[in-house]
Each structure stands twice: as structure tokens, then as C-alpha cells.
Design a protein around this ligand. Sequence first.
Ligand code: NAP
Ligand code: ZN
Length: 346
Amino acid sequence: MVKAKARAVDGPDKGFREAEITRRDLDQHDVLIEIKFAGICHSDIHTAHGEWGEVNYPLVPGHEIAGIVTEVGPDVTKYKVGDRVGVGCMVDSCGECENCQKGEEQYCNKGNIPTYAGVDKYGEPTQGGYSTHIVVTEGFVVQIPDNIALDAAAPLLCAGITTYSPLNRWEAGPGKKVAVVGLGGLGHVAVKIAHAMGAEVTVLSQTLNKKEDGLKFGAKEYYATREPETFEKLANTFDLIINTVSAKIDVGAYINLLALDGTMVNVGAPAEPLSVHVMSLIGRRRSFAGSMIGGIRETQEMLNFCAEHNIAPDIEVISADEIDTAYKRVLGSDVKYRFVIDTSTM
Ligand code: NAP
Ligand code: ZN
């Protein structure tokens, strides 16, 4: 067993505290990773606050993990000590169902094993990346290309793949008009990736406060959704809308911005139901879809794509003592554009 320092939370309205957790002994295919950086995703906040259902506390969140391999099990072939690696939102799956066989492990029919707030195949609760070490089976570890710094790489493991996957599937590219709703952690990476794919990108943010940044990330246009004219002006415009908003919004108003055959993909995951007026779908053969992270193969593809196109998230590195403050700032949409914990401060 490896003892790891961590930051844990004991309840929905509690702050983070120091903790010590144990990581299992290495199985044949396991790798031990010394975590260097862990991103703070809004999903960590939804989970820590119990918004998505009951959670077993104490909870150590964190599913944007970047670190270095420090030990490998006897049958590991993909990694060696010293490799720069990442771990995202899941650490295992059945490997046998049709979705796993297709490389879509996130949609495992038996349920993927989430990096935290899950139960691993040994019956132990999983604990995430706000921690100094983690043990993961090699099939759920990805390689971080040399030209992406480890601190900036961390958010790609969730924010990167969650936006790359739908942009890829719905073919964002030259000649396509893509809107990104919400310029937070996921949103800013979505803008960079969609731009690199060759699409014409528009940001739909609550205000124009971050316009300069949005244009710098690659957007061509930037509109404030608090201004009602925006919805009139942009009606029937986009081929694809990626909604990254963490709160309940009037999705119908956004669906009306889709062109014929356009698709709005929700990756934002508020706990409350969102209602859609079907007439807005029928009228222009539009679709409303959802998408969850991406498979391991696609995650590696996304990292390689980001390396090739020099895409790195804009981050603010914080110490472990600053997690509570960072949560408050994320909830206030005051993040530019992802907090990343330096785990050496644990
Ligand atoms: P984030 O950094 O907090 O960004 C969300 C952005 O949404 C904010 O920056 C803000 O952008 C906008 N926003 C927030 N509250 C709003 C409101 N009331 N009305 C309108 N806009 C609002 O969060 P994140 O880490 O990117 O995560 C976003 C969501 O995606 C969360 O719900 C998270 O759980 C979910 N998620 C889903 C997956 C998946 O697999 N589907 C994976 C990761 C995360 P502006 O300031 O620009 O308006
Ligand atoms: Zn996440």
C-alpha cells in the first residue's frame, strides 16, 4: 500500500481538509503515478456538494490528473518509470460489453468506474486526484505529449476530451459554424479546439467581459446572452452548439439559433431537468443531444491533436490550501480559465 497525502471533503457544505489515503498495491497491469497537478472541474463541485445524488464522504475529488509514472506492475507494457501520463474521469470498465469493445468505455453497459465517488473492482471506494499518488490500470492511463506542460495538460483530461469528443463526432471543421455557450473551463478549451479544427467559432457568454480572451482563443464572434438582441440576431445560424453551462438555462432559446439540421450538444450537467419545446426541433429538423467525456483511445487522440496544434488550457495554478476559494470563484464564473492544484503543496 502506498500512503498518499490528499485533500478531502466530509459533507456537502464542508470545506476541504488534509487527509491521508492509501492506494492499493500494484496489480499485474497497474501503474503507480506521482500526481503533479490536478485540475478543478465544475463536476468536482457538483459532486462534492451532493448535487448529483448521494455521495460517500469523505470524498477526494479530482479527475484531471497529470503526473509521472513511478512504479509499474509486472505485466505493464504501455508505460515505464518516468513517463509523463494523465488520468481522466474513469479508471476502469468491464472491457467486454459492446461499448467498451468499441473504445467507448465511458458508456460501459455495466457502468464505468469513475476516478472518484465510485467503487473499484476490489470493492473499495475510488478517490481522485486532489492527492499525491494514484494507482490505475494501464489501459486507463494516457500519455502526455512532451510539448504540453504537465500543469496545462491536466485540464485536457476532462475539459479537453469532453469538448473534443462532440466537436469531432458532429464534425466541427471548415465551413461549419460552431457556437460555444459558457466561457469557463470546458468552454475555453472548446473554442481553442473548434478553431484548430477549422470551424468558425462564436462564443455565447453571459456578458462581454471576457470578449478579448474569447477572440484570442480563436473565436470570430462573441455575444452576450444577457442581451435579448443576441437571440434575434443569431436565429437559425449555427450548425453545432456546444453548451457547457453548469446551470439550468433556457435551452429552447439556444435551439432557435441552430440552422437546418443543426445540433445542440449539452455537455453542461446541471442537476435540474431542462425543458425543450419540440416545435423548435421539428421546424428545422434540429437535434438536441448529450455527450459524456470520451473513450481512452479518443482521449489519447485529443492529447495528440492538442500537441500538434499547440493547444493548452489557460490555467491558474493554486496551492492545496486554496481549493475552497477556487470553488467559490468557479461558482461565481470568476475563473480564467481553469484552476489547477499543484500537489507538491499537499
Ligand atoms: P465552469 O468553468 O464553471 O464553466 C461554466 C460556465 O458556464 C461559466 O464560466 C459561465 O460562463 C457559464 N455559466 C455559469 N452559470 C451560468 C448561468 N447561471 N447562466 C448562464 N451561464 C452560466 O464549469 P466547467 O468545469 O467548464 O463545467 C461546465 C459543466 O460541464 C458542469 O456542469 C460540469 O459538471 C459539466 N461537465 C460535463 C462533462 C461531461 O462529460 N458531459 C464533463 C465535464 C464537465 P460565462 O461566464 O462565459 O457566461
Ligand atoms: Zn470534469
